[in-house]
Design a protein around this ligand. Sequence first.
Ligand code: NI
Length: 176
Amino acid sequence: MTARLLKILQFPDARLRRRSKPVEQVTPAIRALAAEMLEVMYDEPGIGLAAPQLGEAIRLVVMDTAWSESPDAKRDPHVMLNPEIVAREGRQVSSEGCLSVPDFQAEVERAARVVARWTDLEGNPHEEDASELRAVCFQHEIDHLDGVLFIDRISQLKRSLYKKKRSKALKLEQGA
Ligand code: NI
């Protein structure tokens, strides 16, 4: 574990709502941030994390949809610079959560299949045709880069119930 394990921003932090800037150049700072994001993701644990969740408004995402906490599970980390969805089709509904949206899960409707493109830390371009969980993960993480959270994609009623629950929890935290 690094000395400086970055804190994940949580709803309703306004920094989660910014539109992130493209990564123009892979600097040592970008590499360090990517490494730290992977560490935070595995530590939480999560299957994806976007730079804005750590307060960095840049288009950088880490993902590993293959790993699990079981000791024999293999890690398959991906660092994605400027990821984008270039095609989408169909619909699927699945339960989502987010490290930035504490204590909440909800069913979210998204495209069933997406084609995503990004570049890696070495500047190599990648394209992937993704479905199921992996398609959900791409859409969820790329949403973060545009300041969108999965709770923006559920019904207004469910969202306002969550907001109430969240503000109560925050008041309790502050009062404690
Ligand atoms: Ni998230």
